[in-house]
Write a protein that binds this ligand. Structure first.
Ligand code: FES
Length: 169
């Protein structure tokens, strides 16, 4: 279980022992009714993704089968099963943002970053993901970059934000 690339924007440090961290989160949610989803969120918040090894640990703690945990993990787009790049760029692709230019913004971002949606660039610098509504519909199009939300984006604004976040073209 590794997480060398991802730096949690709230922790700003890479966890030293991901396996121990997953076990601690599993213990905190052991036998808690409905505890699987908050446990998955906690693991991803800490590691940037939910590693395969976490499925067994969380299944035991929540008294579910591995298939059930895997089913929940893969049902929600929010959860990643692979480590993201050092920067995570999430572009809203829901209706209000699409109506205000999110498709064009996504095309620009893919050109500027050199990777497609759902992909991490070969140098591990950045992961580009769609998200489906950030609650900023009145200020579309919006994005979340390294955990911070931005509204009324244009390709030029996005370039400036990426440059100040240190995301190299
Ligand atoms: S549709 Fe993009 S923020 Fe709601």
């Amino acid at each position: 279980m590794t997480s060398e690339a991802y730096m949690n924007p709230t922790m700003n440090v890479a966890p030293q022992d991901p396996a121990a961290l997953v076990r601690r989160i599993a213990d905190e949610h052991r036998h808690v009714p409905g505890g699987l989803l908050p446990a998955l969120h906690a693991v991803q918040d800490a590691l940037g993704h939910v590693p395969a090894e976490a499925v067994e640990v969380l299944a035991q703690a929540t008294n579910l089968s591995r298939a059930e945990v895997h089913g929940v993990l893969t049902y929600y787009h929010h959860f990643r099963t692979a480590a993201p790049g050092r920067h995570v760029v999430q572009l809203c692709q829901a209706e209000a943002c699409i109506a205000c230019g999110a498709n064009e913004l996504a095309a620009h971002a893919q050109r500027r970053l050199g990777c497609e949606m759902h992909q991490t660039r070969a140098d591990g610098a950045v992961t580009l993901e769609p998200v489906y509504c950030l609650g900023l519909c009145a200020s579309s199009p919006s994005a979340q970059i390294n955990g911070r939300v931005y509204a009324r984006l244009t390709p030029e604004k996005l370039d400036g934000i990426l440059a100040s976040a240190g995301v190299a073209p």
